[in-house]
Ligand binder design. Structure first.
Ligand SMILES: [Zn+2]
Length: 255
């Protein structure tokens, strides 16, 4: 699971929240789509707009399983802390992430996953926080493990090892990890593939990089970890700049 770096809440979302009369209390107070016409001084916002914002923030991947998602009805705005239990967190931007549809549209496979399976269950692995993420282990056959009991339990709650997801990851890893005869490549090849993956939009990118690092010798692994750290620092730096630019919108408070 990749860490989702939350940016600042969308300006229009803050304006809608702070100016709505009466103040919003339940999720459905936020319309699904935009109003056609606006009265003067009316601040409108919608779930569609919020989804688009989260979609960009997450770079088009599901926050839990990291498979590619679409910016349409098949992806869902998920409350990490369930809104039924944590009512005050309903409109807290930092509690909102985008999840895939959990395979709910494919009737042939009933193994739901992600938000669809999690429902109102509370979990500890928060994709927006680094804690626990480093305890997830991936193998080249598409499986996810952890030695941490909490993580293992959350993997089950999210269905991250359901056949659909395991097979999808396995397909991607197999094409990279094994040659045509089913043998492992040499370490330098994995280093080459990992460096290429940094700029290439591939599905399950973090998991793929994890698997590749595991198959490298110490020398190649050290080079690649260093490179990934630099990329991460640059990414965070660009985000800090955008947070400073939006600093004036930090007035957002739950009423
Ligand atoms: Zn998912």
């Amino acid at each position: 699971m990749k860490q989702i770096l939350k940016s600042t809440p969308p300006k229009e979302f803050i304006l809608w929240y702070n100016n709505r009369i009466p103040p919003p209390t339940i999720w459905d107070h936020l319309n699904s789509s935009d109003k056609k016409t606006l009265d003067r001084g009316d601040f409108d916002y919608s779930k569609n707009k919020l989804r688009s914002y989260l979609f960009k923030e997450q770079k088009a991947i599901c926050a839990y399983c990291n498979q590619r998602i679409e910016n349409d009805y098949t992806s869902k705005i998920e409350h990490f802390l369930p809104k039924k239990i944590y009512i005050k967190e309903t409109f807290n931007y930092y509690n909102l992430i985008l999840s895939c549809d959990g395979n709910s549209k494919r009737k042939s496979d009933k193994k739901y996953h992600c938000d669809n399976l999690k429902g109102d269950t509370e979990i500890k692995i928060n994709p927006t926080k680094r804690e626990y993420l480093n305890e997830l282990v991936y193998d080249e056959f598409g499986n996810i493990f952890s030695n941490n009991q909490t993580c293992e339990s959350d993997i089950i709650t999210l269905g991250l090892n359901c056949p659909t997801l395991v097979n999808r990851r396995k397909q991607i890893f197999e094409g990279i990890v094994f040659d045509l005869d089913g043998n492992y490549y040499k370490s330098y090849y994995y280093r080459f593939v990992l460096i290429k993956s940094i700029v290439k939009p591939i599905e399950f990118k973090d998991q793929t990089q994890y698997v590749l690092l595991n198959l490298m010798n110490d020398f190649d692994r050290t080079i690649c970890i260093g490179l990934l750290k630099v990329v991460n620092i640059l990414h965070r730096f660009s985000q800090i700049i955008s947070i400073f630019r939006n600093a004036k919108y930090y007035k957002y408070k739950m009423k």
